[in-house]
Design a protein around this ligand. Structure first.
Ligand SMILES: Nc1ncnc2c1ncn2[C@@H]1O[C@H](COP(=O)(O)OP(=O)(O)O)[C@@H](O)[C@H]1O
Ligand SMILES: [Mg+2]
Length: 435
């Protein structure tokens, strides 16, 4: 028996149980099985699932299904392959026997713990209910449909078919599925205040209905403030992964057009775009690019129009009504208009990391890198460095080690990297000191 056998039997069991049990929904299907079954029109995996040879080939790359279903040279007793139609299924009346067989195989347990449909069966349907398997727990770990690329593609497809210019709108933002996001919360070192804000954001999302019921619609607008390289973008993306909702990333420089009327239209378009992805995070980077103090600019009247459009768009977007969690990020606090500030219900500060945080950031980045270095000592030497600066230092150190034919880092590599970083940023400062 090979893992191919388990792949096929797992699929057949999943299909059979999913078809039979009314309680099971699309989010209970593991993503590897869900992807090829996804119907972008209905954004669902319709019942019944009817496995077949083509599906199995697409899903697992298995060409010889009969071969995969042989155990010690004999065909698996509880499945039938229809030679004519290519359909493959559990033999009528054999679900329990097939499931019992499956459970005894090596590696089956890991599969059950990643497959809510199977977990449901073994914990509450089968004769011998397994008290060590919790359907709720397995289901809560399975990424929901909104976390998948297919979900986003379905919405994009609909946008392109519509009468509007949906395709055009897509140029105004980057849209990522949580499963494509590389950043993760456990690689970010946060202050207590930031952790607290994170909790509040999560609670606001989970209790959307509660906020609607008590008439508080003004939640879910968050402003990230801090110098470049302090983790604002990473935080927003990691949040998308943590909450399993897509992230629509907007750079205000991208939607600013030389024709100001067009800029205002783009602002409206990009907000309309985000609302199509309900639920999602709309992340507006370089927020100060437009939302600058209205009096401080030469092209006064024109800019004012764009700012007003932006403010109106923010007012007309709601987590409760539209499912859009709005996060804006800015490097400059001073440039922002008072009217802009008022629109955010939470302000999260991103400061340069403290000594302890710098050590933690270094330790986190170095987790995957060989070598034995004193990160506390490096943290002491890197006052005022941002998280991004520390990453650059380590990258430099890794390159230095490679020049010396080493994959392992030594203290000297890091010391050198810090020195060269200091020298470089020193140069930068004198060059721009006139500014
Ligand atoms: N607090 C932090 N903890 C861990 N890594 C950090 C932190 N702040 C920044 N970084 C790292 O620095 C890099 C740049 O961060 P980024 O999120 O782009 O900053 P910003 O958007 O504020 O300019 C990322 O790779 C990130 O992992
Ligand atoms: Mg950024």
């Amino acid at each position: 028996m090979t893992s191919e056998t388990l792949d096929v039997v797992e699929l057949l069991l999943t299909a059979e149980i999913y078809n039979e049990q009314d309680d099971l929904i699309v989010n209970d299907i593991p993503s590897k099985i869900r992807r090829p079954l996804w119907d972008s029109k209905t954004r669902n995996v319709a019942k019944p699932i009817k496995p077949g040879k083509t599906m199995i080939k697409n899903m697992f790359g298995i060409d010889d299904v009969e071969g995969a279903l042989k155990i010690n040279g004999k065909p698996f007793a509880y499945a039938v392959v229809d030679a004519y139609t290519g359909s493959v299924r559990i033999t009528a009346g054999s679900l329990d026997a097939a499931a019992e067989w499956f459970k005894k195989q090596e590696g089956a347990r890991d599969r059950i713990l990643e497959n809510p449909v199977l977990a449901y069966y073994y914990s509450s349907v089968s004769e011998e209910k397994d008290g060590n398997i919790s359907y709720e727990e397995v289901a809560s770990k399975n990424p929901p449909k909104e976390a998948s690329r297919e979900w986003i593609e379905s919405i994009i497809e609909e946008l392109s078919e519509g009468k509007g210019n949906g395709r055009e709108w897509l140029k105004l933002a980057y849209i990522k599925a949580p499963e494509e996001v590389r950043e993760s919360m456990d690689e970010l070192i946060l202050t207590e205040r930031q952790k607290n804000e994170l909790q509040k954001i999560e609670l606001a999302i989970k209790n959307k209905e509660h906020f609607r019921n008590i008439g508080l619609y003004d939640i879910g607008k968050v402003l990230f403030v801090g110098p470049p390289g302090t983790g604002k973008t990473s935080f927003a993306r990691a949040l998308s992964k943590k909450l399993s909702i897509p992230i629509v990333e907007v750079h205000l420089s991208m939607i600013t057009d030389q024709y100001l009327g067009e800029t205002s239209k783009n602002i409206d378009r990009v907000f309309a775009l985000a609302k199509k992805f309900d639920p999602c995070i709309m992340f507006i980077d370089e927020f100060d690019f437009i939302a600058t103090s209205r009096t401080a600019n030469d092209e006064h009247a024109a800019i004012k129009q764009a700012v007003n459009t932006l403010l109106k768009a923010i007012d007309n977007t709601s987590l409760v009504e539209d499912g859009v969690l709005l996060i804006a990020a800015t490097n400059h606090t001073k440039k922002l208009d008072e009217a802009v500030w008022r629109r955010f219900d939470e302000i999260v500060d991103f400061e340069r990391p403290t000594l302890d945080m710098r050590k933690e950031i270094l330790d986190t980045i170095l987790r995957k890198i060989e070598g034995n270095v004193d990160t506390a000592a490096i943290a002491k030497k890197t006052e005022d460095y941002t998280g991004s600066d520390l990453r650059m230092v380590i990258r430099e150190a890794v390159l230095t080690a490679l020049l010396d034919n080493r994959y392992e880092l030594v203290q000297e590599d890091l010391d050198k990297a810090v020195k060269s970083f200091d020298r470089r940023s020193g140069l930068k400062m004198t060059a721009f000191i006139e500014e």
